[in-house]
Design a protein. Structure first.
Length: 67
């Protein structure tokens, strides 16, 4: 679970989800350090379904850990 709710968790979820779809990666040129912020901004803005799903999964995992 640590790989999901830790610092790189959002990027880990994003890469996992992105590997299962056959659509262009809108964030492929983003640096590793900037990737979590780009995923969150893109997902919460509704610009990419994979980013949105990654954010949703991260928040669900964090919520599950807090219970």
């Amino acid at each position: 679970m640590e790989g999901v709710v830790s610092g790189p968790g959002l990027a880990n979820i994003y890469h996992f989800l992105r590997s299962s779809v056959d659509t262009p990666d809108p964030l492929e040129q983003i640096s590793r350090d900037s990737l979590p912020a780009a995923i969150a901004t893109t997902g919460l803005g509704g610009y990419d379904a994979v980013c949105n799903e990654a954010v949703d999964m991260l928040l669900a995992a964090i919520g599950g850990e807090l219970r």
